[in-house]
Design a protein around this ligand. Structure first.
Ligand code: NAP
Length: 339
C-alpha cells in the first residue's frame, strides 16, 4: 500500500524516523508539529527532496486546532507524539493529560476523516511495571497501575488503555494496534534527541563516572519505525487489536559499557569501568531526581520480549550491539559528543 499517512510528532526521534521511512517508500506524509515557525524549516531541510509529499500542520495534543486538516485525505495515522521528558514532573497530569487526551483527540479526528488504520506509539511502560515478582514480559502483559508507578509509566499505560476502550466503543471498524518500544537507541539526526539516547551520551561523555547495577531492554529506532510502517501495511486481520513490543535484548548498563568499549574503542575513553555501589545510589537519590529513578531499578531484570512482533510483522530486529555502536558513532559524527 502506498497512500497518505499522518505521523503525529514528526519533530521527535521516533516520529522523524517514521516520516523518513514512509517518504523513502513513496508515501505522502502529513505530520503535526507544535510550532510550525520553529519546526517547519528544520523538517524541510531534513527532507528537502520530499517537496509536496511532505505536508506540515500545526497541532497540539491539548487543542482541537489543526487536527481536522492534518487528517484530511489520510489512509492511516501513526500517532507518535506524547511528552517524554528527562525529568519527572511535580504534577503527573503534565504527562497523563496530554498522553490520554491527545490520543483520544487524534483518534476522534482520524475517525471523522474516515481514516481506516491507526497505529499508536505506546511503550513497554504499558507492559512491564507494577509486578515486583515478575521479570519476563511479553505483549500479553499490562502494567499494574494499582502498584503505584512513575508518571511517565502511568501516562503511557492510561493512554493505551483509553485508546483501546475508545476504539471498541466508537470505532469498531477501525483497524487499531499499538507499537510498544523498550528504550530506543540508534542513529540520531541532530542534537534534539530523545531522553533515551541521553543515556548513551552520558555513558560516553564521562558524565556517569561509575555504573549503577541497573539494566534496560534495547531497541533500535529503525526497527521501531519499521514496526509502525509494517503495521500500516500488513493485512488488517493480521494487526487488528495487536500489541507490538519492539525489544531486541535486555542488557545491564555494565554490558552496554563493555559493548561500547569493544565495538567503538576510539570513542570509549570516558566510558566508566567501575561499579557504583548500591549504597551510593541510595544516598545520591536523597537529592538527585535521576538517582531516585535508578534506585527503584537496582538489580531489577525487566525483560520484555519482542518475538511476537518479529513473528507477526515478519522482520528481524537489529542486534543491540550494532544499535549501540551506531548510536555512539552518530553522536560523535554529529558533534554532539566529543569522545
Ligand atoms: P521525543 O523525541 O521527545 O518526541 C516527542 C514528540 O512528541 C515530539 O515530536 C514532541 O513535539 C511531541 N509532543 C510532546 N508533547 C506534545 C504536545 N502537547 N502536543 C503535540 N506534540 C507533542 O521522544 P521519542 O522518543 O521520539 O518518543 C516518541 C513516542 O515514543 C512517545 O509517545 C514516547 O512515549 C514513545 N516511546 C519512546 C521510547 C524511547 O525510549 N525513546 C520508548 C518507548 C516509547 P515537540 O517537538 O513540539 O516537543
Amino acid at each position: 500500500m502506498v497512500g497518505t499517512v499522518l505521523v503525529t510528532g514528526g519533530t521527535g526521534y521516533i516520529g522523524g524516523e517514521v516520516v523518513e521511512q514512509l517518504l523513502t517508500k513513496g508515501y505522502v506524509v502529513h505530520t503535526t508539529v507544535r510550532n510550525a515557525a520553529k519546526s517547519e524549516p528544520k523538517l524541510r531541510a531534513r527532507w528537502s527532496d520530499a517537496g509536496d509529499r511532505l505536508k506540515i500542520f500545526e497541532a497540539d495534543l491539548l487543542s482541537d486546532h489543526g487536527w481536522a486538516d492534518a487528517n484530511t485525505g489520510c489512509d492511516a495515522v501513526a500517532h507518535v507524539a506524547s511528552p517524554f521528558p528527562l525529568a519527572v514532573p511535580k504534577d503527573k497530569d503534565e504527562l497523563v493529560i496530554p498522553a490520554r487526551e491527545g490520543t483520544l483527540r487524534a483518534l476522534e479526528f482520524a475517525q471523522k476523516a474516515g481514516v481506516e488504520r491507526f497505529v499508536q506509539t505506546s511503550s513497554a511502560a504499558a507492559i512491564a511495571y507494577g509486578h515486583p515478582d515478575k521479570d519476563h514480559f511479553d505483549y500479553t502483559d499490562w502494567t499494574n497501575l494499582t502498584a503505584g508507578v512513575p508518571p511517565y509509566i502511568e501516562s503511557k499505560t492510561v493512554a493505551e488503555r483509553a485508546a483501546r476502550d475508545w476504539v471498541a466503543v466508537h470505532a469498531p471498524k477501525m483497524t487499531f494496534c499499538s507499537v510498544n518500544p523498550v528504550a530506543v537507541f540508534g542513529p540520531v539526526y541532530d542534537d534534539d534527541m530523545s531522553t533515551s539516547v541521553e543515556l548513551v551520551k552520558k555513558i560516553i561523555d564521562g558524565s556517569i563516572p561509575l555504573i549503577p547495577d541497573m539494566g534496560i531492554c534495547v531497541t533500535d529506532v529503525r526497527d521501531v519505525a519499521e514496526a509502525h510502517v509494517s503495521a500500516i501495511e500488513a493485512p488488517a486481520q493480521k494487526v487488528r487489536g495487536e500489541r507490538f513490543p519492539t525489544s531486541q535484548k535486555f542488557l545491564w548498563l555494565r554490558e552496554m559499557a563493555e559493548i561500547v568499549r569493544t565495538r567503538v574503542p576510539e570513542h570509549a575513553g570516558k566510558v566508566p569501568g567501575r561499579a557504583m555501589p548500591d549504597w551510593l545510589v541510595k544516598i545520591l537519590a536523597l537529592f538527585m531526581d535521576e538517582m531516585k529513578q535508578i534506585k527503584g531499578e537496582l538489580g531489577n531484570v525487566r525483560d520484555v520480549s519482542g518475538k511476537h512482533t518479529e513473528d507477526v510483522l515478519g522482520f528481524t530486529f537489529i542486534p543491540a550491539e550494532q544499535t549501540l555502536e551506531d548510536t555512539v558513532r552518530s553522536l560523535v559524527e554529529k558533534g554532539i559528543v566529543k569522545a
